[in-house]
Ligand binder design. Structure first.
Ligand SMILES: CC(C)(COP(=O)(O)OP(=O)(O)OC[C@H]1O[C@@H](n2cnc3c(N)ncnc32)[C@H](O)[C@@H]1OP(=O)(O)O)[C@@H](O)C(=O)NCCC(=O)NCCS
Length: 243
């Protein structure tokens, strides 16, 4: 029997963390500081710095190095990864939550979304822009009161799969389908884009605060246990002590 591998999920509650951004800048690279300084809105800058610094901290802790010593490489559509270390991670942020996922030997993608009302359109009209035919049908068949929850369940599962592959929207969103039922376990139902993925990747929904939805896609079918740590303040982070 294969023993389950632990996926570490770090859930960041950003409201209590963004004030720490000035104190965390030191561990970012020159390129990251330049990127931070290009944000027009202070709110976006502090969120980027906070998430990137904590991502560095979490990776550094796994590798037993300092946060400033983590060196990121980037895929052709910008997915960050580690060139020299066998550790896989992905990050997502939305409104006041962010999520970092770490797996020791399988690539992954994670997404978190703040559940919000549809702007101008209804959920079905939005789904027609982003979802596959099977997903649109499944969403249309749901009672209207469940549609916003179902929309974000579908969206986060799809986005997690997209982020696993790191290809952004060059992976066509109508060329794979996930399940839409928000109360059923996440599932990759089909992938015309890469049929082999059905036998080698797995989707999971992740815990969130109410008002959010989150999912992860992992490139393995081996069993995993999800180990979640919630971070609402920086005090508890020994890895940010500067040495
Ligand atoms: C990055 C991308 C994959 C997701 O963007 P997003 O939803 O705004 O952002 P998230 O917060 O979930 O993820 C951003 C993080 O993912 C990582 N990332 C960046 N590019 C990535 C890529 N190509 N693949 C995977 N992860 C990526 C980075 O860590 C980034 O954090 P940073 O901005 O602090 O550097 C974007 O390029 C994209 O293609 N979005 C598609 C959106 C869409 O229409 N989805 C429909 C789903 S149904």
């Amino acid at each position: 029997m294969i023993r389950p591998t632990s996926v570490d999920i770090w859930r960041l509650l950003l409201e209590g963390l963004v004030d720490c951004a000035p104190a965390l800048r030191w561990c970012l690279s020159e390129g990251e500081i330049e990127r931070a300084d290009r944000f027009i809105f202070e709110r976006d800058r502090t969120r980027f710095i906070t998430c990137r610094a904590i991502l560095r901290g979490v990776i550094a802790q796994n590798l037993n190095i300092g946060p400033a010593d983590v060196v990121f490489a980037y895929g052709e559509k910008g997915k960050p990864y580690l060139e020299d270390w066998p550790l896989f991670f992905n990050l997502s942020h939305s409104h006041n939550e962010a999520c970092i996922a770490i797996h020791p030997n399988a690539p992954l993608g994670v997404d978190v979304e703040h559940i919000r009302p549809p702007t101008r359109n209804n959920w079905i009209a939005l789904a027609q822009r982003f979802f596959s035919a099977a997903e649109i049908q499944a969403l249309s068949d749901m009672p209207e009161r469940l549609q916003s929850k179902a929309f974000f369940a579908c969206w986060t599962r799809k986005e997690a799969y997209l982020k696993l592959h790191g290809l952004g929207l060059s992976l066509p969103l109508d060329q794979f389908s996930v399940n839409v039922d928000p109360d059923a376990p996440a599932k990759l139902c089909s992938s015309e884009w890469c049929p082999d993925d059905l036998g080698r990747s797995t989707l999971y929904d992740l815990p969130t605060n109410s008002g959010y939805r989150s999912a992860i896609a992992i490139a393995t079918t081996d069993p995993v246990t999800i180990h979640e740590t919630c971070i609402s303040g920086i005090e508890s982070f020994p890895f940010f002590k500067r040495v």
